[in-house]
Design a protein around this ligand. Structure first.
Ligand code: ADP
Length: 450
């Protein structure tokens, strides 16, 4: 009999009978990651720079002061608690702000400071004495455009004379032939709407755009039609308009697209910092009974013997996740539940509450194994050992769930639930893959793990 889960669980809108996860789209995943991220990611790799003109000197900006920014922009940056440029910003900012303008293709994983870099450059390039769009920034979706807009508003909080507007479906309506004009200096939007504004309604003149920013190019090229729209838009721009493109991933397809749009580019590239299992103590618990009941007992047992700060439990199906959330809630735990069935807004709300510590136990499916980086999480539990679509142990997902990035990443604790031969063999496969011991946890002797 399926337990009916009711109130008390944050994020619960899940039908317990509905197993499996919905694959989150790239744009959605990117949005969640952005919203979750509150600081720069650690990255110990070096930035590679390929200059368009290898004979010109290559600057690195070690401080924001040396960039000759307007004092009000500097004030904005400091109010966001940025002390010094991130790795990617050190190299990107001098190129973005160079005179004459330089084209740029920049790739680095999410959370390395790309958005902050190009937003700062956009704000710097505005001439407020001219009441028309001079800067154009394209994002793959409305939500992502809004995230960029929010960063811009923060950074420009002491520069009220700089105006920005969103060019996304429904943000403004124009009539053809009415001679309406957009007076804001910066347009942030999606390709289709921006193209309409430029070509169909002619509410701004693309020839007056001095800087063209393509954000999340890797997400964009995955979305039907956006590549073509972007190329059409690009053809409307002046040749000497500064063109810059950002991407979180680096592959053939992105680079081919990038080079179609960005002529004579400088290319900067920061290798992603891989998660590692160094500093992670890994254990497994042999559950007293197979299946959900045995695993539930193992989890309550852990809570009985360990001092657990915040904990994330990964389940294979929504059904188990919802069931477990209900059970733990009845035990008196404040539980947050996150599965693929909730809307983006709901997920954000759940994660915000968890980050604030309103719930200290997060039960989830694979949904955001990669996206979650909540500092205060002290324990990760694999309620189910991760398996891929071919029913093989999924080492990559295991690493994303419990791994930490950066050499100085904090230590962590991971506990795997084993309830039979199959899960044991799967876990040993993972252990052999990473060549890191996963010790058996003796719940009667918790001293050894603390
Ligand atoms: P990306 O666009 O590469 O995903 P963001 O520009 O969104 O990265 O930056 C990631 C996080 O780091 C954001 O929370 C942002 O506010 C913060 N951040 C960006 N640049 C700096 C900096 N120089 N110093 C401190 N924090 C920064």
């Amino acid at each position: 009999q399926q337990e009916q889960v009711t109130s008390g669980v944050a994020g619960l809108n899940v039908s317990p009978a509905d197993p499996g996860d919905v694959e989150t789209s790239k744009a959605e995943a990117s949005l969640l990651t952005k919203i979750l991220r509150t600081k720069l990611v650690d990255n110990s790799n070096d930035v590679e720079v390929q200059q368009n003109d290898p004979t010109s000197p290559l600057y690195s900006a070690r401080s924001f002061e040396e960039l000759n920014l307007h004092p009000n922009l500097l004030k904005g940056i400091y109010s966001m608690k940025f002390n010094k440029p991130s790795k990617i910003q050190e190299k990107a900012l001098p190129l973005l702000l160079a005179d004459p303008p330089q084209n740029l293709i920049a790739q680095s994983q999410s959370g390395t400071g790309k958005t902050a870099a190009f937003v700062l450059a956009m704000l710097t390039r505005v001439d407020t004495s001219k009441p028309y769009p001079q800067i154009l920034c394209l994002s793959p979706t409305f939500d992502l455009a809004q995230q960029t807009g929010k960063v811009l508003q923060q950074m420009a909080q002491y520069s009220p004379e700089i105006k920005m507007t969103y060019a996304v479906r429904g943000s403004r309506t124009f009539q053809r032939g009415q001679n309406d004009k957009v007076t804001e200096h910066i347009l942030i939007g999606t390709a289709g709407t921006v193209l309409d504004w430029a070509v169909k309604f002619r509410v701004f003149d693309p020839k007056l755009i001095n800087m063209f920013v393509l954000d999340e190019a890797d997400v964009m090229i995955d979305t039907q039609g956006q590549q073509d729209q972007t190329i059409r838009l690009h053809k409307q721009l002046r040749r000497d308009c500064q063109h810059v493109l950002f991407s979180a991933t680096y592959n053939e397809e992105v680079m081919t697209f990038a080079k179609k749009i960005i002529s004579e580019p400088n290319i900067i590239h920061l290798k992603r910092s891989e998660e590692s299992l160094d500093n992670i103590k890994q254990y497994y618990v042999w559950c007293s009974a197979a299946g959900d009941e045995g695993k539930f007992a193992a989890l309550t047992n852990l809570y009985g013997v360990l001092t657990i700060g915040q904990c994330i439990v990964f389940c294979h199906t929504r059904k188990s996740a919802a069931w477990l959330a209900g059970k733990m809630n009845k035990e008196g735990h404040a539980v947050a539940l996150l599965t693929g069935q909730s809307t983006v807004e709901q997920r954000i709300a759940v994660l915000d509450r968890f980050r604030e510590g309103k719930e200290r136990l997060l039960i989830t499916t694979n949904l955001c194994a990669r996206g979650i980086d909540i500092d205060q999480v002290t324990l990760v539990v694999n309620y189910d050992i991760p398996m891929d679509v071919h029913h093989k142990p999924d080492c990559e997902t295991y690493l994303h769930r419990i791994g930490r990035t950066g050499r100085f990443g904090k230590s962590g604790l991971a506990v795997n639930f084993v309830d039979g031969r199959k899960s044991y063999d799967s876990l040993m496969f993972i252990q052999n893959h990473f060549k890191r011991e996963i010790q058996k946890l003796d719940a009667d002797d918790p001293d050894e793990i603390e």
